[in-house]
Design a protein around this ligand. Structure first.
Ligand code: PMP
Length: 381
């Protein structure tokens, strides 16, 4: 129950365990092409260009920065936690002048403040973290896309903790890059960096005056590969992570079989049920209110009388694996529980029971049944 890597479905695991195929084998070419086509469906971006490469989510972040930023470009980072700060570092490394607008812990940056900043300077690109995994704060992606369009700024959505779990309509919302990694709501083991770039992002890259500073991340190297596999032909730049690609074919297939609206609704319901259960146990959440709250993970504060190391030890004994805090300023005071992908009602129940028992073991009295009843009430609706 950590916010990634998450549990995988059986067909995904089966694909991981198959003997590796040649990256030029006809059935692998088909799998790769299917993945690229399914990415456009899951991202809801029919006119976008998908990129699928071996690497982690950080590489997907860096790929967008490396290809869209040139020396001295101005970039605006809207930060709601740890991963916003990481994006600022990446953009600076690629030569951008970065301004970071940082939300108070548990809150989002006010739209008026973003708009004032966009009017104040001639920004080329703006990034935002859809769901920051360090705070469980969710940003309104549609309104960020609209702001980008209004001010003619490229928008980059870090969707590592949201794609395939929270609603994203890339094309309709006008977002130029939506990026993620395989190990979260996509439901595949870690190791794949994925993004879909809008036609405007591709135009911006094509009209660059200087070479991309990263060799591995350069779209010049990868675009012919993506185009070849889409056309049913093999091509080589770097050896694809063949088993992960086969697993991704199964994972994306499962997502589309479930249906995107159904999947988003299920995540919403699971998220709400889990938050209600945490509140029933007397815990308060980092996100300040329900409108800025993610559904892919929950981040409750521990009570003041409970120490994180003691609590995590008790969770281990309860055999429920969750994550501790990540945001430096409050790191030792909260926990994070992922509920993405194929998480079942019973997983949520067991996590709530484990948390209640661990609290009691830390001498913080709480009633396990209150949490379980709160989940049940929402799941039965
Ligand atoms: N962005 C967000 C929102 C994340 O949650 C993570 C990973 N937890 C990353 C970026 C970086 O991804 P990775 O660890 O796969 O490099």
């Amino acid at each position: 129950m950590i916010p990634g890597p998450i549990e995988c479905e059986t067909d995904v695991l089966k694909a991981m365990g198959e003997p590796p195929k040649s990256h030029t084998a006809p059935d692998f070419i088909k799998s790769f092409g299917n993945c690229l086509n399914m990415m456009k469906e899951v991202w809801m971006c029919p006119s976008g260009q998908p990129f699928l490469v071996a690497g982690t989510g950080t590489l997907a972040m860096e790929m967008a920065a490396a290809n869209l930023i040139e020396e001295n470009d101005k970039a605006l980072v809207i930060s709601t936690g740890y991963f916003g700060r990481r994006y600022a570092d990446i953009l600076e490394r690629h030569g951008a002048h970065v301004t970071i607008l940082e939300a108070p812990v548990g809150e989002v940056v006010e739209t008026a403040d973003i708009e004032a900043e966009l009017q104040h300077k001639d920004y080329k690109l703006m990034t935002f973290t859809h769901v920051d995994t360090s705070t469980a704060v969710m940003v309104d992606a549609a309104s960020m896309g609209a702001l980008g369009r209004k001010h003619n700024v490229l928008t980059v959505l870090d969707g590592v903790c949201s794609v395939a779990g929270e609603e994203i309509r890339q094309e309709e919302w006008g977002i130029d890059v939506v990026l993620t990694a395989s190990q979260k709501a996509i439901g595949v083991p870690p190791g794949l960096a994925m993004l879909v770039a809008s036609p405007k992002a591709m135009e911006t890259w094509k009209s660059r005056k200087t070479p991309v500073r990263s060799y591995y991340a350069d779209w010049d190297n990868w675009l012919p590969i993506m185009e070849a596999y889409t056309a049913g032909k093999p091509a080589y730049f770097g050896t694809p992570a063949v088993n992960l690609v086969m697993a991704l074919e199964a994972g994306l297939g499962n997502i589309l079989k479930e249906g995107l609206p159904e999947r988003f609704e299920r995540h919403k319901k699971n998220g709400k049920a889990f938050r209600e259960a945490m509140r029933a146990l007397g815990l308060s959440m980092i996100p300040k209110n329900e409108t800025v709250t993610a559904n892919t993970l929950s981040a409750p504060y521990l009570p003041d009388d409970v120490s994180l190391p003691d609590f995590m030890k008790a969770m281990g004994e309860a055999e429920v694996i969750i994550a501790g805090g990540l945001l430096p300023e409050i790191k030792g005071r909260y926990i994070r529980i992922g509920h993405m992908g194929c998480v079942a009602h019973t997983d949520l129940m067991n996590a709530v029971r484990g948390i209640a028992r661990a609290l009691n073991q830390c001498a913080h009295k709480t009633n396990e049944d209150d949490g379980v009843l709160a989940i049940d009430k929402i799941m039965r609706k």
